[in-house]
Design a protein around this ligand. Structure first.
Ligand code: TMP
Length: 218
């Protein structure tokens, strides 16, 4: 249950699905309606959460440690950012939330989802986003986009992608991302009211029309 008057919107998808571009655009559209918007992300969103992000994206660790750190960062995020902002009537748009744990740790790393559900109940009770947008692309398209991002960023003198700039998730293989994608699609099928799948392979303008309609409807 939402605790306040604001809306909580989360954006999800495999790395390379393009959700960051859509997030910035969506936040701007909501602001144009004179609604105060807090843009945030997971893991992260608070000073401690950002430190946990650095650890969890960079340091090798056991899968259960990884999952616990995701929820530790989330607990801070809920308490310090999400709940107070919603209670103040603001909208919160988060780049990822708990569905990412089901998709990445549950799907990608094949952790038993019942364990994740236990942590979900512990950390957030019945609280869920009002709306979750899942940006879906075939795994090979996402991989190409991640590759292009590497080249635009810190490419090496030979022009090859800078592998070192990839975090622990971006370094995973295709099968991992297939499982993450399946994880998102399964979850969206389980919660069709809350979760909307968007074909992120469509032209930007088409996606923006769909987003505009969704924002209007809520
Ligand atoms: P980002 O690249 O979208 O900023 O997200 C950072 C990475 O963290 C991304 O590869 C997905 C991963 N992640 C999880 O594995 N589990 C989670 O619960 C969250 C929130 C993110």
């Amino acid at each position: 249950m939402n605790q306040g008057r604001g809306k909580f919107i989360t954006l999800e998808g495999v790395d390379g699905a393009g959700k960051s571009t859509h997030l910035a655009w969506l936040a701007e559209r909501v602001r144009q309606r004179d609604i105060e918007v807090v843009v945030t992300r997971e893991p992260g969103g608070t000073p401690l959460g950002e430190q946990l992000r650095t650890l969890v994206l960079g340091e090798p660790m056991h899968i259960e440690t990884e999952t616990l750190l995701m929820f530790a960062a989330r607990r801070e995020h809920l308490e310090r950012v999400i709940y107070p902002s919603l209670a103040a009537g603001k909208w919160v748009i988060s780049d990822r939330f708990t569905d990412a744990t089901f998709a990445y740790q549950g799907g990608g790393r094949e952790m038993d989802p019942r364990r994740i559900e236990t942590l979900e109940t512990w950390v957030q009770g019945e609280f869920q986003p009002d709306l979750t947008l899942v940006f879906d692309v075939p795994t090979d398209v996402a991989a190409r986009r991640r590759g292009a991002r590497d080249l635009e960023g810190e490419s090496t003198s030979s022009g090859a992608p800078a592998q070192a700039s990839r975090d622990r998730f971006e370094q995973q293989n295709r099968a991992f991302f297939e499982r993450v994608r399946d994880g998102y699609l399964r979850r969206a099928a389980q919660f069709p009211q809350r979760m909307k799948i968007l074909d992120a392979n469509r032209p930007l303008a088409d996606i923006q029309v769909i987003l505009e309609n969704i924002v209007s409807s809520i």
